[in-house]
Design a protein around this ligand. Structure first.
Ligand code: IMP
Length: 177
């Protein structure tokens, strides 16, 4: 497996394209079963989740809607922390079955701060689907309903995730050497 360079750092292949895609198909099947007969609204959190959201969404076998919102930006290699506002949430969530789509839950702060805003709109249900989760890094309690992979507390890039703006186009996920 090749070592790649993004900016000044070296990264090792960690999850292959095939492994990622197979897991996403499993997640889509599970979500389709859980929401059979319903019409959930997927809220994908930009930028990092755009690839995961697209692949997850195309494997769903139920009727579903999707929208994309933007929260805080993530700078450098540590979580930026303060999440203040969301841009692009035009749908009224009242009475809807909502599924949040995230690329990665690290400290959990982003979602922990954002969920009350969504719950305020009184959705019928609210679940979270995250491709990656770093259990050792999580400081804010969150119930993650669908997790692709639990990963070690190491910085990763690829498949939508960036290091200072680069690396999002990689089909695989790479871990900092
Ligand atoms: P949290 O608020 O600490 O859970 O961080 C969530 C956000 O930080 C994610 O949506 C990512 O955009 C970003 N992030 C956290 N860990 C990584 C990583 O290892 N690589 C790239 N981005 C990350």
């Amino acid at each position: 497996m090749p070592i790649i360079k993004v900016h000044d750092k070296s990264f090792d292949t960690y999850l292959s394209e095939e492994v990622i895609q197979n897991r996403i198909k499993e997640m889509a099947a599970e979500i389709s079963r859980d929401y059979a007969g319903k019409r959930p609204l997927f809220i994908a959190i930009l930028n990092g989740s755009f690839m995961f959201a697209a692949d997850l969404f195309k494997h769903l076998s139920i009727n579903a809607e999707i929208c994309f919102i933007k929260l805080a930006s993530y700078k450098g290699m540590k979580s930026s922390g303060n999440v203040v506002t969301s841009i692009g949430l035009e749908d009224d969530l009242f009475g809807k079955d909502v599924v949040i789509v995230e690329d990665i839950v690290d400290t959990g702060k982003t979602l922990h701060n954002f969920l009350p805003k969504l719950l305020h709109q009184q959705p019928k249900s609210l679940k979270i689907a995250s491709l990656l989760h770093k259990p050792e890094a999580t400081e804010y309690p969150l119930q993650l309903d669908y997790i692709g992979f639990d990963i070690p507390n190491k910085f990763v890039v690829g498949y939508g995730l960036d290091y200072d703006g680069l690396g999002r186009n990689l089909k695989e996920i790479y871990q900092l050497v």
